[in-house]
Structures are given as C-alpha cells and as structure tokens.
Design a protein around this ligand. Structure first.
Ligand code: HEC
Length: 342
C-alpha cells in the first residue's frame, strides 16, 4: 500500500509541475481505479462463503487486456474519443444519475475525471503496464512446465545485459523525437523497453527501421496500434535481446510471423486483433523460446488454438481474455438503462 501512496504523490507532483506531459496510465489513472473501482471491477475473489465474486458487468479494470476487452456489453474505451467511451461517460455523470460510477462511495474529483478524459483523448495508452493477466479461463492453456518466477526473470535480465553497452544518448534522443518512449529496465540503460505512447498513428515501417540504432538494447517492444506492416518484422526478428513483443491491432499477417520465427529469444508475443489465422500455427509452433502467446481477436480457430498449445508445451496460449465466467444473474442485463449524457 505504501508503494501506491508514493505513486499517488508522484502523480500529483507531475500534475502540479506541467500540464502538458501526456497522462501516464500507471501513475495517474490506475491509482484512481484502484481506489474507486477495483472493489467491484477487480480481480475475482472468493467471498466468506467461498463463492467466487466475479467483476460487475463482467468488467475488470485491473489489466490492460481486460480494459481493452470491455464489459459483457462490449468495449468501454474508444481511444481518442472520451465521449464515445463508456468508461469516461460513467465517471463524468452528475452525482444524482443512477448510472454514475462508482455507484456508492465517493465520486471521482473533477481533477480525476479530467485525468481520465485526457488519458483517453491522448489515445488511452497503457505504456508498458500490463496488469493482471490470469484468472481461470477455459481458452487459456496453463503452462505444463514451470517457467521460473520473478527472481529467475531478474537473473535473466542481468545475464542479458552482460558485456552490453548502454544505448547511445544520441540514438535515444533521435528516437524520442520520432515519438518513441524509451524506458530503462536497469540502472544503466543497457536494457530498454520501447513503446509509442499516443503517437502510434505516426509509427510505421520506417520508424521501426530506425530502432536498429538501439536494437541490441531492446528487451520489450510495444508496436500495438502502429501502422507497421509485415516488413517491420524482419527488423524486429533481428533484435538479439527482444523478450516481449506486442503487435495488438496492427496489420501484420501470417507472412510477417514467419519472419518473426527467427527471433532468437522471444518469450512473449501478443497478436490480439491481428489477421493471423491457422496458417500461422506452424511458424508459431516452431519457436523454441515462446512462453506466452496471446491470440484473442485473431482468426485462429479453436482447433488452431489446441494445435498450437500442443506444439508449445512450455507456453501459455491465451485465446481469450482470462476471465472467469460471470454468474448468470450478472450477465443478464438486457434491461439496461439508457444513458442520460450526450
Ligand atoms: C460498488 C460496486 C461498483 C464500483 C465501486 C464501481 N462500479 Fe462500475 N459497475 C457496477 C455495477 C453493478 C455495474 C453494472 C450496472 C450498471 O451498468 O450500472 C457497473 C457498470 C460499469 C460500467 C458499464 C459497463 C457496461 O458496458 O455496461 C462501467 C464503464 C463501469 N462500471 C466503470 C466503473 C469505474 C470506472 C469505476 C470506478 C471509478 C466503477 N465502475 C466503480 C458496480 C461498481
């Protein structure tokens, strides 16, 4: 809890200092959800009778995948369009509106509502935050062999950084000017995580090509919602230390994935919202390194999913947001009220 108190202090400090920097989801928005929403839209938990309490309206706000999935009624986020986002509409309703969120307890302050609005208006980027991924879904294959805990991961990182020099300042500055957000994963900046915050629309194959300048240093790369094509994946496959790649909602296809199968260390691959289909199973299944593959909102069939899980016995193949089935009563919301807001 103390950590989150510090985060809140940091978030308000940055608000006081300069209004212009884009809203940082993890530092500024997440603490609001934690305080005001998680009680009803968080990780499912057992109540005192041992019954699992699923999230209200099937909506979880504790993981990126959940937020993108939305509720039982559909998506709640329309990036860049707060007024089309149920998430914003619900927190911005007047206090006496029966649909306002949270339905009980203290409402969000004006400042908090504005933070949520700005975050969506800027493109609803999650940065490198993923949040909670697991929670018992039949379309998620559990790993059959343990893949090591957090301690292992840390040891893995320091091994990865051995003998490597930090990414050059000049190269970093050039990429930042292009719209990249480069976060250090170690003190020295030898290992970095790259995403494009709210600039995804400006990022295509040319910009990915420019990442070559720091390609030895990239460990995590988030290309979600960028304009890249399959061409970029040859460049990405040449990144020697890349462990995690997010291609959510990009135009990549099976052909691109075949290039990617040469990536030497790729452990986690997110393909949600892409056009890949069962033809990609073989290329994916030939990877000796993958430990997690996320394939919901792709054209991969139920059979394809089982086949892939069989080809990758060490991996979790995640074919749906990892959501426990909400109880029947909670899903039956056909008598949904009309919103009052415009
Ligand atoms: C005390 C429990 C509770 C809390 C706290 C709560 N909610 Fe809800 N939420 C509900 C219930 C119950 C529903 C379903 C009924 C409805 O649609 O009004 C719901 C529905 C929603 C929906 C609509 C989902 C859809 O598509 O129909 C959104 C969006 C939402 N909540 C967001 C939030 C946010 C954001 C917060 C925190 C600021 C929050 N809620 C806090 C109980 C809660």
């Amino acid at each position: 809890m103390r950590a989150s108190a510090i985060l809140i202090v940091l978030a308000s400090a940055s608000l006081a200092m300069g209004q212009k920097s884009p809203v940082d989801f993890e530092r500024e928005v997440l603490p609001i959800f934690k305080r005001a929403c998680f009680e009803c839209h968080g990780t499912p938990r057992k109540d005192s009778q041992g019954k699992i309490r699923g999230p209200k309206a099937g909506l979880r706000l504790d993981g990126k995948a959940w937020l993108l999935r939305g509720s039982d009624n559909g998506t709640i986020l329309a990036p860049k369009r707060p007024k089309a986002s149920e998430l914003y509409l619900r927190v911005s309703l007047p206090a006496d509106d029966p649909d306002v969120m949270p339905p009980k307890g203290e409402l969000l302050s004006e400042g908090e509502v504005e933070t949520v609005r700005r975050w969506i208006a800027e493109g609803a980027s999650f940065g490198s935050w993923q949040g909670v991924l697991v929670g018992g879904n039949p379309r998620v294959s559990p790993p059959r062999r343990s893949s090591g805990g957090a301690g292992d991961a840390r040891k893995g990182l320091s091994e990865l950084a051995k003998g490597l020099s930090p990414a050059s300042r000049a190269a970093r500055e050039k990429l930042v000017a292009m719209g990249a957000v480069i976060e250090n994963m170690d003190g020295a900046g030898k290992l970095v995580s790259v995403h494009f915050a709210s600039h995804e629309g400006r990022i295509g194959d040319k910009q990915v090509e420019a990442l070559k300048a720091i390609q030895d240093n990239i460990v995590r790369l988030d290309l979600s919602r960028t304009r890249i094509t399959d061409r970029s994946l040859a460049r990405v496959a040449a990144m020697p230390r890349l462990l995690r790649l997010d291609l959510t909602d990009t135009a990549i296809t099976n052909a691109g994935l075949r290039k990617l199968s040469r990536a030497p260390r790729l452990r986690e691959l997110v393909l949600c919202g892409t056009k890949v289909d069962d033809q990609a199973i073989k290329a994916l299944g030939s990877s000796g390194t993958l430990r997690s593959v996320y394939i919901w909102r792709t054209e991969i069939s139920e059979n394809g999913l089982s086949e892939l899980a069989a080809l990758l016995p060490q991996a979790r193949v995640v074919g749906a947001p990892d959501l426990p089935r909400p109880e029947a009563k909670e899903t039956d919301r056909s008598g949904r009220r009309r919103r009052r807001s415009k």
